[in-house]
Design a protein around this ligand. Structure first.
Ligand code: PLP
Length: 390
């Protein structure tokens, strides 16, 4: 299998698994217990917090463990709805459903919602955002650091400056960016930031919410008061230990130039595909993009069909659109960038990690080119989309 879907989820690093195992076997005590066995586990939690804080340039007091990115994002929107009822929320046009769905609830509960549009490269239009902020009733601006489908990186510094100048707080979905790019909340002072362990070789069901020391946060999950009262519930210790180790490894990798190494593998693949498929092109900004991601459009072909043939050849990637049972909905991200529904449905996303070698990237490109040529020949013959039966 050639796994090119790391934006969906990534391999758990064997070193991460090793750190986790004792907390599923011998070190099973509750970290809130006051005896020594509990204190040992508490120490591991705090150690993990230090690693996560270091990765994003936060203090440990600002990092709160959650069950993942979705929970962290929902928690901030719920908090804002509670503390600033009836105000305006601005979200980017290419946000993940983990922001879009709670934003719809914000609207149902009496708030106002505005969508900040993006240009054809997928980047937030800052003048349009500034215009929306001029309404002066905005309490929160939610913009993602990097997009999950295209890898396009937002101008977070400018977004944050504009929002703060208008008196609004900034929530940043950094689920796809953390671990892949050097980023720091000291350098770009967003107020809230969500990250997720399984996107950078940690375990699924782990994540963290950064709440800046200057920002207000009303907890969503109440109970025993864990995580300084901001997120109750007995901690997922093994998962958190794994998240911490994954964060430590990412800090180390970024310091050793992992960004350039990742981009080289992705670019090897991209160049091989584009040079052999003259009709194909990359969606979104290539200048402002994660080093791991390429979203390639194959005009005239149907991504869902390419996926089936690639799967048969052992290549795992995903469509630029979400497939629900028999219906294929074009990706809202690609549509927001101005792609037609047809172009959006002819897009595949390939996302790499450090577990992909250059050789693997070239082998995957050969499979993609083969499938593209085959389907294009059939499509040309039939002068329309091909129906695969098997
Ligand atoms: N935000 C983005 C941009 C994502 O890509 C994802 C996951 O795909 C999430 C949020 C949700 O994160 P989690 O799977 O940890 O809940």
């Amino acid at each position: 299998m050639i796994y090119l879907d790391s934006n969906a989820t990534s391999h758990v690093d064997p070193r991460v698994l090793e750190v986790m195992l004792p907390f599923l076997t011998t070190r099973f005590a509750n970290p809130s217990s006051s005896y020594t066995a509990g204190k040992v586990v508490r120490h591991a939690l705090e150690n993990a917090r230090e690693h996560v804080a270091k990765l994003i340039g936060a203090t440990t007091a600002e990092v709160h463990f959650t069950s993942g990115g979705t929970e962290a994002l929902n928690a901030v929107l719920a908090s804002a709805a509670h503390t600033c009822p009836g105000t305006r929320l601005i979200i980017g046009a290419t946000e993940h459903p983990a922001v879009v769905e709670p934003a719809k609830r914000w609207l149902r509960h009496g708030g106002t919602l505005s969508i900040a549009p993006v240009d054809h490269e997928g980047r937030i239009l800052l003048d349009k955002l500034e215009h929306l902020l001029a309404a002066r009733d905005v309490s929160l601006v939610a913009i993602m650091w990097a997009n999950n489908e295209t890898g396009v990186i937002s101008p977070m510094r400018e977004v944050t400056e504009l929002a703060h100048a208008a008196g609004a707080r900034v929530l940043c979905d950094a689920v796809q960016a953390v671990g892949k790019l050097p980023l720091s909340v000291q350098d770009i002072p967003v107020d809230y930031l969500a990250l997720s362990g399984h996107k950078f070789h940690g375990p699924k069901g782990t994540g963290a919410l950064y709440v800046s020391a200057r920002s207000r946060f009303e907890p969503w999950i109440l109970g025993g008061g864990q995580e300084s009262g901001l997120r109750s519930g007995t901690e997922n210790v093994a998962g958190i230990a794994g998240l911490g180790e994954a964060a430590r490894l990412m800090t180390e990798a970024l310091a050793n130039g992992s960004e350039a190494a990742l981009a080289e593998v992705r670019d090897t693949f991209e160049t091989a595909v584009l040079s052999a498929c003259p009709q194909a092109s990359v969606n979104g900004s290539t200048a402002h993009r994660l080093p791991t991601t390429t979203s390639i459009r194959f005009p005239g072909l149907v991504a869902a069909e390419m996926l089936i043939l690639l799967d048969q050849r052992g290549v795992c990637c995903s469509a630029g659109s979400a497939c629900h049972a028999s219906a294929v909905h074009p990706s809202p991200t690609l549509e927001a960038m101005g792609l037609s529904a047809q172009d959006a449905s002819s897009t595949l996303r390939f996302s790499f990690s450090r577990f992909n070698s250059r050789e693997e990237a070239l082998a995957a490109a050969t499979h993609v080119v083969h499938v593209e040529n085959k389907l294009r020949a059939l499509a040309d013959e039939a002068a329309g989309p091909v129906v695969i039966t098997h």
